[in-house]
Ligand binder design. Structure first.
Ligand code: ATP
Length: 332
């Protein structure tokens, strides 16, 4: 088996003068979930369509499980499940008929066809909706139908363009769960979304794209841990007694700066990412008589991290955290 499920090398896609994809490279390991994030028009759908062998690159190459998408489109289509942002239903078909139709189109027949359809319906919890007309379903049910359709041929790599768009919170939770189960079964999932907080929870890595270029590839946790603009790390501290005692203590202790008073305590900055330094500071606070009840490192939300990265690019730094992690953690 090839090292990576998805390998993109110097990929370009121009539409006339418009550089929709402008030289991107990345790799996604087998069995992991990667979130593809970017503003409207950043080049996500264009990239995904090339990965799904539905469009050609202007330059560069894409391999899915070691196979070049341009040279072997038919084999690629067996390897990938493509879930576009919009797909049509057939008004007169029930859920069962719809999936059965696609299973026939994919060449399945007899018991094997029935079993494939049943498996994907079970997986997406569509059995109770077998007889429902496919155009009479909620958005969440429709997305599950789309997922079921894209899974009929048991693909190794799922490419999903904005599958959570328009879903209510319950349907999103269900979708997130299904995506994690797919990864646990060893499938690789490449998924675009605008809802960053959600991607952070389900993805092993995040790929940020802006104006057709990758501006970050790494895991969500490292982005959340991020430092503030001075490189310091922010802590929320609660204590019994006056916040002033924390402020006074900070003035006479190194590596700590008191930033603001908060309800039942305050916010401080520690000039180090080393957990030992934080532990020493906490221990000294306690030794010096501060009655600490909470000592908590603040996390940035992913939206802020994304905006920070874009901001650094605007300031003229073309690659603030350039593709730091192409081989990321394995899924749990
Ligand atoms: P969104 O989040 O809005 O779906 P996106 O990141 O998926 O955006 P793309 O759809 O890949 O962005 O589009 C990237 C750029 O390429 C856009 O400026 C878009 O208008 C342009 N584009 C996409 N397809 C074509 C096409 N077939 N012909 C001309 N321009 C195109």
């Amino acid at each position: 088996m090839s090292d990576s499920a998805i390998k993109v090398k110097n990929l370009y896609r121009y539409f006339g003068a418009l550089k929709a994809v402008d030289g991107i490279s990345f790799e996604i390991p087998h069995g992991s979930v990667c979130g593809f994030v970017g503003a409207n028009g950043a080049g996500k759908t264009t990239t995904m369509r090339i990965l799904a062998s539905l469009d050609y690159p202007t330059m560069g190459s894409v391999e899915i499980c070691g196979k070049d998408v341009t040279a072997y489109p038919d084999e690629i289509r067996k390897l990938i499940g493509w879930m576009p942002d919009h797909f049509g239903n057939y008004d007169h078909m029930t859920v069962l008929e719809y999936l059965d139709f696609y299973a026939r189109a994919l060449g399945y027949s007899g018991d094997e066809r029935r079993s494939r359809v049943r498996d994907v319906m079970e997986f997406t919890d569509l059995i109770p909706l077998s007889d429902r007309l496919s155009n009479k379903m909620s958005k969440g049910m429709t997305q599950r139908l789309g997922l079921a359709r894209s899974l009929i041929h048991d693909p190794q790599v799922m490419i999903m363009d904005e599958p959570a768009a328009g879903l209510d919170p319950k349907a999103r939770v269900e979708l997130k769960h299904l995506i994690r189960v797919l990864a646990e079964e060893g499938k690789t999932v490449f998924i675009s979304s605008h809802i960053l907080s959600e991607l952070g929870e389900m993805c092993d890595s995040l790929l940020f794209v802006n104006n057709g270029r990758i501006v970050h590839h790494g895991d969500a946790d490292s982005l959340r841990v991020g430092s503030d603009s001075t490189g310091g790390f922010l802590y929320d501290i609660q204590l019994i007694g006056e916040a002033q005692s924390l402020s006074d203590w900070s003035v006479i202790n190194p590596n700590v700066e008191f930033l603001e008073t908060r309800k039942r305590g305050g916010r401080i900055r520690i000039d180090s990412n080393d957990p030992n330094v934080a532990a020493d500071i906490l221990a000294k606070m306690v030794r010096d008589g501060l009655r600490i009840t909470e000592f908590h490192r603040e996390e940035r939300n992913l939206e802020d991290a994304f905006i920070d990265i874009l901001g650094k690019i605007d300031e003229g730094n073309p690659s603030p955290i350039q593709a730091t992690q192409t081989e990321t953690t394995t899924h749990s």
